[in-house]
Design a protein around this ligand. Sequence first.
Ligand SMILES: [Zn+2]
Length: 257
Amino acid sequence: MSHMKLRQGIIDTCLEMNHSGLNQGTSGNVSHRIPGGMLITPTSLPYAQMKPADIVAMDFDGTYHGRRLPSSEWRFHRDILKSRTDANVVLHTHSVYCTTLATHELGIPSFHYMVAVAGGTDIRCSDYACFGTQELSDTALKALEDRTACLLGHHGLIVLADTFEKALWRAHEVETLAKMYVHALAIGEPPRLSDAEMAQVIEQMRRMSYGQTPDLDSVADRPHAAKEIRASSKPAAKTTARTKAKLKARPKVKARR
Ligand SMILES: [Zn+2]
């Protein structure tokens, strides 16, 4: 059996998705690129029972090899990996808060700077299409344009990454953002960061290799680099007119000790 490490990586990623609460049951699925195709989770097999030989190898033409049937969502995994050469891993889950927003056909706007972890100024929600169909694959690809995550209307979440670890990290970040956005909406629609402010965040993340743990650690270990981070994360010297107006409009809340 080839690609033993990647097969085990898919199983470990699925187990971690359920262990961390990112997924329930066998609704999620994971794939990893191999030359000419992908490895993907089989359909309807509890992750705890999954063995490396259960992982299905599939060519990009849809031919599959192995003792199991591929996940019913193999089409979007195949189409994403075929067209998005920047990604090696596709992770799909029905995580609760992302799916909550997706049931309202809501994406995640630039209400928080971390939205940039998906590569742009927002995280889109695709149109609804029935699971397992080519329509779903097409609408997902559209929502993922220039992004590494999207919500699926009335369905769930897809994230792309170059490694399993990064895919899990990104999925957790997006789920956390979705949770924050749902909470923020309870107070009212939160104001959004402008395109210019988001462009600055994206540039800052790119400069700091944000989300790549080894690089972040090595940056933090270097005193001069740490100083640079502190300097660049200082609040702007001038409070903007917009912020001033908002601060004025809000009732003062005493800080609790
Ligand atoms: Zn699904």
